[in-house]
Design a protein around this ligand. Structure first.
Ligand code: BTN
Length: 246
């Protein structure tokens, strides 16, 4: 298998959304490894149709990948990116800083959200995606308010570097490393790394779905990225989409 090419960054002052721009470029056929970076977004998008506040000072970028994978397997790249994000934060923050993964792909520090990932992909031909856009938002200088979870940022957590470009480069390095590992070894090492930092593992959680919510014990995350929850009646439920409250 050939190694994915290194990243090449296109920098913008302002975009509506780096994901929108990256999806457009990807459909136009730009090379794998193209990264769209903006200093601010006017219409940053989060998961489940939410807004992602995008003031100047934080990091907003979207990387275009072209894995030879089905839609279900390509979706694992959101976990790959979430683990790469946590790897980088653990390097930038003081030793022992509580960097945690929150299902499905949030990264928390000290129990507060610092980063989120929004993955989008093309339709598939012969069960293979043409492209995947991995959109990453990381709070560096500003912890936005009006968020569903309490938020924090690198500056508030005592990071060694808060230079946006340096942080972007460190993140792309980690993403490249985890992507190569995923190409050669599959999802297992990423899943192991994710579980080793998972917030609330073994504890009671509330899972919110579009129509209802339920409580259970957070048992595991499987190879497909689904959350495994033990219900009060002892049965196990696999959750593929939703929000988790700890
Ligand atoms: C989440 O809801 O946690 C995911 C947030 C993803 C935000 C990033 S910022 C860069 C990229 N462009 C967007 O519009 N969204 C993603």
């Amino acid at each position: 298998m050939t190694a994915p090419p290194p990243f090449s960054v296109i920098e913008h002052e302002t975009l509506d959304s780096t994901n929108d721009e990256a999806c457009r470029l990807a459909s136009d056929g730009v090379a794998e490894g193209t990264v769209v970076w903006a200093h601010r977004q006017k219409a940053g998008r989060g998961r489940r149709g939410r807004r992602w506040q995008s003031p100047e000072g934080n990091l907003y970028f979207s990387a275009i990948l072209r894995p030879a994978a089905s839609p279900a397997v390509a979706a694992q790249l959101s976990l790959v990116a979430a683990v790469a994000m946590a790897d980088t934060l653990a390097e930038l923050l003081p030793e022992g800083a509580p960097v945690e993964q929150k299902w499905p792909n949030d990264v928390l520090v000290d129990g507060k959200k610092i980063a989120g990932i929004l993955l989008e992909s093309s339709g598939a031909v012969a069960d293979r995606v043409d492209w995947v856009v991995v959109g990453c938002g990381l709070n560096i200088a500003v912890a936005p308010d009006e968020t569903t979870l309490p938020a924090t940022c690198l500056a508030e957590e005592g990071a060694t570097s808060v230079d946006r470009k340096a942080v972007l480069m460190a993140l792309l390095d980690s993403l490249q490393r985890r992507r190569r590992e995923w190409d050669t070894a599959g999802i297992a090492p990423v899943r192991t790394a994710w579980l080793s930092r998972a917030r609330g593992l073994g504890h009671e959680i509330t899972v919110r779905l579009p129509t209802h919510e339920f409580k259970g014990q957070f048992l595991d995350m499987d190879d497909s990225g689904a959350l495994i929850v033990r219900l009060p009646d002892g049965s196990e439920k696999s959750v593929t989409a939703g929000d988790v409250f700890l």
